[in-house]
Design a protein around this ligand. Structure first.
Ligand code: SF4
Length: 459
């Protein structure tokens, strides 16, 4: 594996406009940033308006139901821009990887399709489409040894407080419901020196917090363990906070728990997707852990880092899930006392084991799925409100990220536990402040700044 160096000198004056519609997860957000940086070096400036774009990219996600329909419907909206301005339109990401040339057949005005591994080829793909009128499909996997992780352009991060840093890509697991191994390929870890160099570059322009991302980030093997990577990133001069996502419970090692416990810079927030509270369902999901094992890991984590906030993902209505299985999920959620539960109704994904066996295991009726989802969300909300209520009246350390989205006169930031806080205050973006927490909703606190702990204006 080699690292692509970013050459600032190559950046020409922007003469064209690029609009990117990003679907899905933080990995896609990071990929969108890399696509934009690549195209900036070929004369494209980002625009928030599709109507004045010369190039429209859809960076897609295939993880949920109707993903292809969502992309088709977005493409329909951009068709007019193509007619009026002759804009090129391309589909990248997981739906591109999944559908390949099929998408070009279905959408006659679509110019090109490319998968996640073809990101580096984007300028050439655009050139071929523009100059040669070729309808390009680039969805081949790059060999692990050859894969080049795109390096973030630090100039684009100037003025930002937080940034995503890709630590690894792909997934070697075989969860029965998941399409990701087919759309993102085998796991490849980014070399540790490359991750550290990107973090140092980002810190040099004022970034204070990085989130290391990967489909299965804690199985990282880029020259050291994930625990060691975290320690080394947390030790980069000037970094204040390190987060990471997403972790698989089976890869939650003792060493990772120790790392989270020993370094203040590693944030006390752990997203640990459990998916179900029933061992029977977990086995059918091929998750490779039991509920008891998961809870024991959680206990060890909370012992190592008292007060750590834990969040999770749950799928309801998995094929064959009975009332009893679902009751066990509610029990687990009540025991684990998650700060947030991202609950989803099961939807069959193409080519997955769960889809192949859903008739044999038994399809859960849609009305039952929806009713279970409502019960789970209601329980999760009540726990979140109780947990957040425990912090009311106290103060919490907040990294100031910018103006509040709900009221631009206020500030917005997050606590180390990843709790969102909107507050009255005047600290510069990038500072760390103490905020008294006065009100809570399930999603955010409202408060008032009481002290500036560290004045860290962005450079
Ligand atoms: S760990 Fe499982 S759910 Fe997560 S990306 Fe891999 S296969 Fe999908």
């Amino acid at each position: 594996m080699v690292a692509m160096q970013f050459d600032v000198a190559q950046k020409p004056t922007a003469s064209k406009k690029l609009f990117v519609h990003t679907f899905g997860c933080q990995m896609n957000e990071a990929d969108t940033a890399r696509m934009s940086e690549l195209m900036a070096r070929h004369g494209y400036a980002r625009t928030p308006q599709p109507d004045d774009a010369d190039l429209i990219l859809l960076n897609t996600c295939a993880i949920r139901e109707k993903s292809v329909q969502k992309v088709l419907s977005a493409l329909g909206r951009y068709r007019q821009t193509k007619l009026e301005r002759g804009a090129l339109i391309g589909v990248g990401g997981c739906v591109g990887q999944q559908e390949k040339a099929q998408l070009l057949k279905r959408v006659p005005y679509l110019d090109f399709v490319f998968g996640p591994d073809a990101l580096q080829k984007l300028p050439d793909i655009v050139r071929r489409a523009e100059e040669e009128g070729e309808r390009v499909v680039e969805t081949a996997w790059v060999d692990s040894e050859e894969y080049v992780f795109p390096r973030a352009d630090p100039a684009e991060a100037r003025g930002k407080v937080t940034a995503f840093v890709i630590a690894m890509k792909g997934c070697d697991n075989v969860c029965a419901f998941c399409v990701v191994p087919r759309t993102r390929g085998r796991e490849v870890s980014r070399p540790v020196y490359d991750v550290l160099a990107e973090v140092a570059d980002l810190v040099s322009v004022g970034v204070r917090e990085v989130t290391l991302i990967g489909q299965n980030v804690n199985s990282y093997r880029g020259g050291c363990s994930f625990a060691e990577l975290l320690r080394r990133v947390a030790a980069v001069n000037g970094i204040r906070r390190v987060r990471f996502t997403t972790s698989h419970p089976k890869d939650l090692s003792d060493d990772l728990i120790a790392a989270v416990g020993e370094m203040e810079e590693i944030c006390p927030h752990f997203h640990l997707p459990v998916q179900s509270g029933s061992d029977r369902v977990l086995e059918r999901m091929r998750r490779e852990y039991t509920v008891d094992w998961y809870l024991a890991r959680l206990k060890a984590l909370r012992k190592a880092r008292p007060g750590i906030a834990v969040t999770t993902d749950v799928i309801v209505g998995y094929p064959g899930e009975t009332d009893d299985d679902f009751a066990k999920t509610l029990d687990l959620v009540a025991q684990a006392r998650y700060e947030n539960v991202y609950a989803f109704v099961y939807s069959a994904r193409p080519h997955t084991l769960a889809r192949l066996r859903e008739k044999e295991w038994g399809v859960v009726p849609h009305s039952v799925k929806v009713e279970r989802l409502e019960r789970l969300n209601s329980l999760a909300r009540s726990i979140a409100v109780e947990e957040m209520g425990r912090h009311l009246g106290g103060t919490s350390s907040v990294l100031v990220e910018g103006p509040s989205r709900t009221d631009p006169a206020r500030r917005f930031g997050r606590t180390p536990e990843n709790r969102v806080v909107n507050f009255d205050g005047d600290a510069a973006v990038g500072s760390v402040v103490d905020v008294r927490l006065l009100q809570a909703t399930p999603n955010a606190f409202s408060g008032v700044q009481v002290a500036v702990k560290e004045e860290l204006p962005c450079t």
